[in-house]
Design a protein around this ligand. Structure first.
Ligand code: SF4
Ligand code: SF4
Length: 267
């Protein structure tokens, strides 16, 4: 199944991986484009771009909330009752867009060697999920690999430890600040086929949705936010007034009574 694009961040090198990671695949495509142009092959994978475009258009950031293994690990660590829980510094939330534009798109495409080949910058220098799900299991399963350890491994080990320790005090710090896949899917949150909508006439602005949100947002003040991972906790666990509605296109999947969009805007 490694020919199939996974919806979530899922290191291809993990011994248990069954599909490939969309972020790793995009970098692999981009790092080889100049080489393919110079050799006349003109290779570009519409399959990968189409796969993640289709996932984003259909379900937005749902994979972050429901499928990402590294998201789950961060949530489990956050449950450890140690120290004061904190929110991330707001400006750090923009780092993930820098990661997407620079480390996933521009650097692999533009910083090439004499052969015209680039590097998978995000996978190689940053991704803590890859270190946790692939690097460390591979070292445990294949002890001979330990002789090859060097700067690259220790750099990534450092970032993995940073994010794991940070997760104890802050909910999902990697998702909020660094994940380029979350940054990409978040762009679709307002327009995806499945999305959460606010029924304004039912919202009392009580703020209960903010208390359960792992991404630190208040749903009624940020409908369609790029930060929302569509975990639906605000809808299931917090809102007592039925003001949050899961929709598919124009169809309500959770509200008993459908309120037309025009009436919501008017109210
Ligand atoms: S919990 Fe429901 S009613 Fe309260 S602010 Fe959030 S959306 Fe509005
Ligand atoms: S706004 Fe609601 S669905 Fe979105 S991340 Fe927060 S709790 Fe989850």
């Amino acid at each position: 199944m490694k020919a199939i694009c996974s919806p979530g961040l899922n290191c291809y090198s993990c011994p248990a991986a069954t599909t490939y990671c969309p972020i790793g695949a995009i970098q692999q495509v981009l790092l080889g484009i100049r080489f393919s142009l110079e050799t006349g092959a003109y290779f570009f994978s519409l399959y990968i771009v189409g796969s993640i475009g289709l996932i984003g258009t259909a379900i937005g950031r749902i994979p972050c909330g429901w499928l990402c293994p590294f998201g789950l690990i961060q949530e489990l660590l956050y449950k450890i009752p140690i120290g004061k829980k904190r929110e991330v510094w707001p400006v750090l939330r923009y780092v993930k867009y820098f990661m997407l534009i620079a480390f996933v798109f521009l650097f692999p495409l533009l910083l090439t060697n004499d052969w015209g080949m680039g590097k998978p910058w995000f996978c190689k220098y940053v991704c803590p999920a890859g270190t946790l799900e692939a690097g460390i299991p591979m070292l445990l399963l294949q002890p001979d690999l330990r002789a090859t350890l060097g700067y690259l491994f220790y750099n990534k080990l450092f970032w993995m430890i940073v994010f794991l320790v940070w997760s104890v005090s802050t909910s999902r710090p990697f998702c909020k600040t660094t994940c380029p896949l979350g940054a990409f899917y978040g762009l679709f949150n307002k327009f995806s086929l499945f999305k959460l909508e606010l029924i304004e006439s039912k919202c009392t602005e009580c703020g209960a949705c903010a208390n359960v949100c792992p991404m630190g947002i208040q749903f009624n003040e940020s409908v369609g936010s790029k930060e929302c991972i569509m975990c639906m906790r605000c809808m299931k666990d917090a809102c007592q007034y039925g003001a949050i509605d899961l929709t598919c296109g124009n169809l309500s999947l959770t509200a008993n009574q459908r309120i037309p969009k025009k009436s919501r805007i008017a109210s």
